[in-house]
Design a protein around this ligand. Sequence first.
Ligand code: NI
Length: 136
Amino acid sequence: MLKRFSISLEEDLLADFDQVILDKNYKNRSEAIRDLIRNSFVENEWADDKDVMGVITLVFDHHQPNLQEKITELQHGLFHQIVSTTHVHMDHHNCMEVIIVKGKACDVGRLFDGLNSLRGVRNCRLAMSSTGEHLH
Ligand code: NI
């Protein structure tokens, strides 16, 4: 059931917000505000070490000695936190691994930090998302 409420905003702030709504192709202010609220809930889930889901994307040098083994070893060490891993051979030198993760935010963070700090890893990104359980 939808509830209506009114919001008071400074004129300039509202003008900037309406520009963001246009740029991001939202149909109306309500949908944009719903997304902002949900994003803040997801940020809190991570900050409060709740059960979360996310995606780690890793670009690394295929020729770095033992790197693939270290990446695999780290994932085996935290296998409860891993839903699936996809490996892509991007070119002669570079590989990408996309790892879907779930679990307590601190355990997922530990996996990310472990991967990110390996020598030969050229880019490591964590997209923080949610189990969806507490999002409406
Ligand atoms: Ni590869």
